[in-house]
Design a protein. Structure first.
Length: 249
């Protein structure tokens, strides 16, 4: 994805000196075992695109909220590497999360850069949307929660965030900021981070409990994550949240 807007100085305040050494990023759950090696240059390049896309996300959702008579409180964004304590609890490496308690998106920048590199190697592209889609997904949580859409069912929340990431990608496609291969990269990233299908026992009562628990705590299978993303990609924000139906794009 091409950078869309200028970088916000306030966001870059968390600058971290990197030495040029190789870093390691764990693969996503459904990737083959092993460690993905990324360099400091890989991480720098990934972060620069994240800052720019962060600005584009804030601009888009602020404008969309204004159209429906609401005000979007743009979340902050912070990168980390080691386990950190947030107002939402401890956050482990190899992750990204939106914390509503302080309206902040946290992301492990080595992990995100690793997802970019994995997509690049698999698809023969620059892989950037596999990482940028993570930020769009977390911003989707902020959008949904600020409009009062939060479920006790984890899958419902994650499906909404995937759909809203698709809506952002649709807007980027309309304004010409997508590059060739970006859609494939986004779907590769979602598919790689899908929940594995649990082994079933054949006992209907036990299997129902297993599947119900997965639905409460999961993100969805690879197929469901891509399907939810495509819903937003095809129908925009109105296909994800009723609040935006009928809104001009």
């Amino acid at each position: 994805m091409r950078p869309i807007t200028a970088i916000r100085g306030s966001v870059v305040a968390l600058a971290l000196a990197l030495s040029g050494s190789k870093l390691s990023a764990e693969p996503s759950p459904t990737n083959p075992p092993g460690r993905i090696e990324v360099t400091s240059q890989d991480v720098d390049a990934s972060n620069q695109k994240i800052w720019a896309v962060y600005d584009a996300l804030i601009k888009m959702w602020s404008a969309d909220f204004k159209q429906i008579g609401e005000k979007f409180a743009g979340p902050g964004i912070a990168r980390y590497r080691d386990r950190i304590r947030t107002p939402c609890g401890y956050l482990m490496p190899q992750n990204a999360e939106y914390c509503s308690a302080n309206n902040t998106i946290y992301f492990d920048d080595v992990f995100v850069a690793g997802q970019v590199k994995a997509a690049a190697e698999a698809l023969g592209t620059d892989g950037d949307m596999a990482g940028l889609g993570i930020i769009a997904h977390e911003m989707g949580h902020a959008v949904a929660m600020q409009l009062g859409h939060a479920s006790r069912n984890s899958y419902d929340n994650e499906a909404m965030a995937d759909c809203l990431a698709g809506a952002f990608t649709q807007r980027a496609r309309i304004d010409g900021s997508l590059e060739q291969g970006d859609l494939e990269e986004a779907e590769y990233g979602l598919s790689s981070a899908g929940d594995p299908t649990p082994p079933l026992t054949g006992d209907q009562r036990v299997d129902r409990r297993v599947l119900a628990r997965l639905e409460r705590v999961g993100h969805g299978t690879s197929e469901k994550r891509v399907e939810n993303f495509r819903t937003g990609l095809g129908g925009g924000a109105g296909a994800c949240l009723s609040d935006f139906r009928g809104m001009r794009t």
